[in-house]
Design a protein around this ligand. Structure first.
Ligand SMILES: Nc1ncnc2c1ncn2[C@@H]1O[C@H](COP(=O)(O)OP(=O)(O)OP(=O)(O)O)[C@@H](O)[C@H]1O
Length: 299
């Protein structure tokens, strides 16, 4: 698997505030990688460091297996905030200026405007655009240099439901064309709908990193009752049990990813325990995310 980005022990301190704490991550080619976290968790700071607009305090990162350089930076298209376009100029004129600044070929303007579905409105003034159209023009501007990686910070912030759906569809389409996308979002739903992989940050620390598909399957938890005095000990000894909690004579067993209730049943049977009640529950990504954030508060 091609590693596009590798972050190792990255830390950023603003005086006494640690915005990013010992962060290590890997993003592979073709991933749509979501950096998920509540406000102030360090998402923008992380993206700023990766784009060389914020200076790291310690740690390192590499793009395409090499330390970051200006040349490398050209392979990365980014939208950290809405770029400043001239309100009285059209999309075409604005992109001509961007192309000039970035040294991108002018003949890319037409295809990128088609891609973001602004071609019909290409001669209209920027100030007549809706917020969603402005955001799509930002994406067009980032695509001008045909980057291998796109970085987006809260790409749907402030948009109405239709604008949100359009931007999400556009991100997925860009990913289908083989680009790697890294996006920061505080919206779990967004990460779930758009990303293939994600990490969770809280107060600058990494709480989780993995594939959306794996987490979407949901962790299985099983409620079991059996008349056995050594039940708790036997359950604690089950290698696929991530957590065992006793509640009013019932045991709630959270299974490791991939383990199923039937496996637990077979294990208990092998230990001579016959169960009188078994109920399987799946935890949604949302529940797991909220628990993860809550657990880190208690840590
Ligand atoms: N220039 C700065 N000077 C001092 N503190 C800063 C600065 N920029 C960010 N911070 C602090 O660093 C922490 C992380 O902020 P950051 O903007 O990276 O988080 P975020 O996850 O992107 O949040 P948001 O979605 O609200 O932008 C916060 O506590 C923030 O107040």
């Amino acid at each position: 698997m091609d590693t596009v980005l590798k972050i190792e022990n990255l830390t950023k301190q603003y005086g006494r505030i640690t915005a990013v704490r010992n962060l290590s991550l890997e993003v592979h080619r073709g991933n749509v990688f979501g950096i998920l976290g509540p406000n102030g968790s360090g998402k923008t700071t992380t993206l700023g460091i990766l784009l060389d607009v914020i200076k790291k305090t310690s740690g390192s990162f590499s793009w395409f297996g090499q330390p970051p350089t200006k040349e490398m930076r050209k392979k990365i298209g980014a939208i950290l905030e809405t770029p400043i376009f001239y309100p009285y100029l059209s999309a075409v004129k604005n992109l001509e200026i961007v192309a000039e600044i970035k040294g991108a070929p002018v003949d890319r303007i037409e295809p990128v405007l088609k891609k973001v579905e602004l071609y019909e409105r290409r001669h209209d003034k920027f100030r007549t655009y809706s917020l969603g159209m402005k955001q799509r023009l930002s994406i067009a501007s980032a695509l001008l240099c045909d980057p291998e990686v796109m970085i987006l910070d809260e790409p749907t912030n402030g948009l109405d439901p239709q604008g949100i759906a359009e931007i999400r569809e556009l991100i997925k389409q860009i990913a289908r064309e083989g680009k790697t996308i890294i996006l920061a979002s505080h919206l779990l739903d967004e990460v779930q709908k758009v990303c293939t992989h994600f990490c969770v940050l809280k107060r600058g620390s990494l709480l989780y990193s993995g594939s959306v598909e794996e987490v979407n399957k949901g962790v299985e938890s099983v409620e079991v009752i059996a008349d056995a005095s050594d039940m708790e000990m036997v359950l604690q000894g089950y290698p696929m049990a991530a957590k065992v909690v006793e509640e009013d004579g019932k045991y709630i067993v959270t299974l490791e990813n991939g383990a199923r209730a039937a496996d637990l049943n077979a294990y208990l049977f092998s230990k001579g325990i016959t169960i009188s009640h078994l109920l399987t529950q799946r935890k949604s990504l949302e529940k797991q995310f909220l628990e993860l954030l809550a657990e880190s508060d208690n840590a």
